[in-house]
Design a protein around this ligand. Structure first.
Ligand SMILES: Cc1cc2nc3c(=O)[nH]c(=O)nc-3n(C[C@H](O)[C@H](O)[C@H](O)COP(=O)(O)O)c2cc1C
Length: 462
């Protein structure tokens, strides 16, 4: 029987075979076998049944997500995104643009998704029964991550010149995009115009975030949202669980505050906003109409929540007071206790040979206490206590002094890694006693807390 050695093929044939194999997520040997089968027998139509889902999550379990990966540097993060979605029980079917294949291989995406990767609009195999239409319609959600400036432009214009853009145009499913690009591209009027258009066309957008770019020395708004934030946005869109907080309003504060010393310096703390933002998103997922009052953070606004950005404790209090009355208040922000007494209008200059200027502090307003004793107090007021010592005693004292219904106490000693980290271990301190929760990621703490709030809120209403 004759045998073929790929090594002996001419360079051009080898190159075209290599490209074809990469596109189809096969080895070169598999591609040759496939080509031979294809020419010797009528091509069988592979019914692309969805791959087995991974683990389980109430909102994502069993959901089918068509993940379109476009050609940005953040494409490598979409590999982690596939893993995160699958571990929550979703099936992921990757579609890659030609650009995406310059950054990651279909083999990697296919291996993580446990599915083949679709790349070609004019695939003889897939298009025998108009496969792009099936791909467009078979999913619960079409997710584009990363979404390049070019792809967003194509979506805004309704182009259909490759498989990914054709799917988006032919889809009647909910669409979520995670833009990722250089900050100058992000701020370009053309990009912002296209983004407005896709939003108007009912496309949901998650991110981008502020931060360092892959290009050295560049920073700003444009980094793709982190995979877990994209998962949260997808979860919010797909969540068909009961929404016990429908019709209720909630205010959540989050992040640190920045207290100016002069126009360039400020007093701050290490809060990242991850816990507060996650709580806002989870309350929204249970149906509440949530406004998040956020101090300066680098994480994206949570999905399904309206966000008010502030800098200082006094601005945060003003924003919260304007939002009252509300049904629920969850005060998660790490509000600075003190600010500089008398902010200098000019940058304070260093004077050679002179002692450093004294930093005098003044007390900031107590936002939790103000809300807890407000005339039209929210039905449920939850405070956070970040302590490094006497956690429970301090939380108990706070509960009474601030007029909260319960305090979520967390130990923020440096060795816990809670401040700025992804995990948290909390105790719920209320008049009923202290409930210890195991350590979990901040998203899970937020989900459990939102359920707890819904339960307590309903009990309080009964
Ligand atoms: C190294 C490199 C990095 C790139 N990163 C991005 C990016 O992060 N975001 C973006 O919108 N475009 C980026 N581009 C440009 C896109 O790859 C280009 O617009 C391409 O046509 C996108 O095609 P697609 O959207 O069909 O995948 C990058 C290009 C190169 C060469």
């Amino acid at each position: 029987m004759a045998s073929i050695t790929i090594r002996n093929l001419d360079d051009a044939t080898k190159q075209s075979l290599r490209e074809r194999a990469a596109r189809n997520g096969r080895s070169m040997e598999e591609e040759v076998r496939h080509l031979l089968r294809e020419t010797s027998a009528p091509a069988a139509v592979d019914e692309p049944t969805w791959p087995e889902p991974g683990g389980g999550d109430a909102a994502l379990a069993g959901k089918q997500i068509l993940l379109i990966i476009t050609g940005g540097i953040a494409a490598y993060k979409s590999l982690d995104l596939i893993r995160r979605l699958r571990e929550r029980g979703a099936s992921v079917r990757p579609v890659m643009t030609r650009g995406a294949m310059e950054f990651i291989t279909p083999l990697a995406a296919g291996a993580l998704a446990a599915d083949r990767v679709f790349t070609d609009l004019f695939s003889r195999e897939d298009e025998q029964d108009v496969g792009h239409i099936r791909l467009a319609r078979g999913a619960d959600l079409v997710l584009v991550a990363p979404a390049t400036a070019d792809f967003i432009a194509k979506m805004a214009q309704g182009h259909a010149d490759d498989l990914a853009s054709t799917i988006v145009l032919a889809s009647d499913r909910p669409i979520l995009i995670a833009p990722a690009m250089n900050p100058v591209m992000w701020n370009a009027p053309a990009l912002q115009r296209n983004l407005r258009q896709v939003r108007e066309d009912d496309v949901q957008v998650v991110g981008p975030m502020r931060g360092e770019m892959a290009e050295s020395g560049e920073a700003g708004l444009g980094r793709m949202a982190e995979p877990l934030d994209i998962v949260a946005a997808a979860t919010h869109m797909l969540d068909d669980r009961p929404r016990p907080l429908t019709g209720k309003t909630a205010i959540v504060t989050s992040g640190p505050t920045h207290e100016p010393i002069d126009p360039v310096r400020y007093i701050a703390n290490r809060s990242s906003g991850k816990q507060g933002h996650a709580i806002a998103a989870e309350l929204a997922a249970l149906g509440a109409s949530v406004t998040l009052v956020s101090g300066p953070v680098t994480i994206p606004d949570p999905h399904g929540v309206s966000t008010v950005r502030v800098e200082s404790a006094r601005e945060m209090l003003d924003a919260v007071e304007q939002l009252l009355p509300a049904d629920i208040a969850v005060m998660v922000a790490a509000v600075a206790d003190w600010r500089a007494a008398g902010e200098s209008g000019e940058k304070i200059k260093k004077k050679p040979g002179k002692a450093p200027p004294p930093l005098k502090l003044a007390e900031n307003p107590d936002i939790l206490k103000t809300v807890g004793h407000y005339g039209k107090r929210p039905s449920l007021v939850v405070g956070f206590a970040a302590e490094t010592q006497n956690l429970i005693d301090n939380a108990r004292a706070k509960l009474e002094r601030k007029g909260a219904d319960f305090i979520v106490a967390n130990d923020v000693s440096p060795e816990t890694g809670v401040m700025g980290g992804d995990r948290n271990r909390v105790r719920i301190v209320s008049a009923k006693g202290v409930e210890e929760w195991p350590e979990m990621d901040k998203q899970s703490v937020a989900a459990r807390l939102a359920q707890e709030i819904a339960a307590r809120f309903q009990t309080a209403m009964a």
